[in-house]
Design a binder for this molecule. Sequence first.
Ligand code: UDP
Length: 355
Amino acid sequence: MKLVTVIGNRPQFIKAAAVSGPLRAAHEELLVHTGQHYDDELSTIFIEELGVPRPEIQLEISGGSNSEQTARMIAALAPLLAEQQPDAVLVYGDTNSTLAGALTAAQANIPVVHVEAGMRSFDRTMPEELNRILTDHCSELLLCPSQVALANLQNEGLGTRALLVGDVMVDVAELMRPRAAANLAALDVAGVAAGEYLLATAHRAANVDDPARLALLTELLLAVPGPVVLPLHPRTRARLESAGLLATLEGGGVRVLPPLGYLDFTALLLNARAVLTDSGGAQKEAYLAGVQCVTMRDTTEWTETVHSGWNSLVDLDAAAAIAALELAPSGERPDCYGDGHAADAVVAAISSLAA
Ligand code: UDP
């Protein structure tokens, strides 16, 4: 089979790192990078560090509103798919690149394969939630990372197209863990000792685009018992700088770093006392590593992490974050996201489309 895979942002490079190798061993793949994340720190480093094949096509589409960006991607992808005539289009996750790839393929009657299908936060104000729902409903093959995701799709009448394969990010986490665990230089650069700091990330639109919420986020990061290490997403850096809050954070002792490569970030995650985040991927990676997570949102699509007691949803309530950090989770962490071989299951499912 010939597949066109559409990727565009940081977590999608990580997912492609798991899937592209085994996919290319069985099929032909053309990797299209939309350009949604174009900075070297969010893009090139993952391609180099994780061995993602160099994208064959770069669309260089970034910026603008979600609608405008998605529309520009669709306009660029339509002629590309018409020219390439793939047997299927593969998309990952919940970004504008995901929706653009899925919608363009569906409109051209090309089957869509969605990896990380069925995730729901049930918060439709999140742009990612709309992207997930719309992508799932125009996909032919829905490959789910967890039982909960599969049940969500069954509830929406999509069960016959859905399959539980496990989470491809677990494949990458397991493969990279030994190298990341040995990478103590990342802790030296941040100036912290193992087990004695909090690792924080924040970039959700709802937390950083609204100045009042950005101020609450800043207060929370200054209130929790540090040191706090904050590898800063460019979007968040820009918002903090224009609100004059970056200096406030740094003045208050928060160790602000540039966005990190996967091995440095994972080294800091594995050795953190806890993770403080609004990222989906970081919540799950903390769970996999047995590191407590405090999530700066009031919903999550990774609900198993909360039900097991390893993740607390505190929104931007500093007192709730401090209280959550005083708990030391010790319960079971069931293997709800697969066994680290999800990519092989993804490729097998794709191959079944040809049958
Ligand atoms: N990550 C990274 N460097 C960083 C921050 C995050 O490599 O400085 C990785 C992290 O390990 C996870 C992924 O990026 O695998 C999460 O991406 P992000 O938070 O951008 O997206 P989300 O998961 O919220 O969609």
